[in-house]
Design a protein around this ligand. Structure first.
Ligand code: ADP
Length: 175
């Protein structure tokens, strides 16, 4: 049985990620999407929120599971019996970064095979961070996110704005 893992931050999952999941699940018998908890990035959504979002979006995909992970990806792969590690390539910057990680993972475990998917040209300019940047400035990026995630992003940014306004009001009062 061919078992693959697709690790990432997914803060949040975009249609670019979802395209890879669909292509990966057609190639592998089982695909585990792993939300990595040891990212150095400051996420907008908690790990639990991201797992729930991805689970909802992939609910109909019978061979896709969603898990959380910290530590080395190769250790997680051994734990769940995965031999293939899926990653996406959007550009040469991705390539250089991903090549080093794939080479290191091969060094750590010779049995791990990294499989790269070229990003669909429709999505190759997309990253979660770019989408968040545009959304924070009120740009409409809903065309690039699954509907439920787009709604969750709007809600989270609205909550953040309210928090900021409340904080500013409190600061003004205390002056
Ligand atoms: P990480 O922090 O591990 O890079 P990301 O959530 O940013 O996590 O990305 C996870 C994987 O998905 C990476 O391999 C990345 O190259 C790929 N990816 C991200 N956006 C896209 C996209 N628009 N099209 C195809 N692959 C993508």
């Amino acid at each position: 049985m061919k078992v693959a893992i697709f690790p990432g931050t997914f803060d949040p999952l975009t249609l670019g990620h979802l395209d890879l999941i669909k292509r990966g699940r057609a190639l592998f018998d089982q695909l585990a999407v792993a939300v990595m908890t040891n990212s150095t990035k400051h996420p907008l959504f908690s790990v639990e929120e991201r797992v729930a979002q991805i689970k909802a979006v992939t609910a109909e995909m019978s061979n896709v599971s969603v898990i959380t992970a910290s530590g080395l990806t190769v250790d997680l792969m051994n734990k769940i019996g995965a031999d293939y590690l899926m990653r996406g390539l959007r550009n040469t910057t991705d390539f250089q970064y991903e090549r080093d990680i794939a080479t290191m993972n091969k060094f750590l475990d010779r049995d791990v095979e990294t499989i790269f998917f070229l990003a669909d040209p429709k999505y190759q300019h997309l990253s979660s961070s770019l989408l968040k940047e545009v959304a924070i400035n009120d740009g409409d990026i809903s065309a690039y996110l699954p509907g439920t995630i787009s709604t969750a992003l709007d809600k989270r940014l609205e909550e953040r704005k309210l928090k900021l306004v409340t904080k500013q009001n409190e600061q003004t009062k205390s002056k």
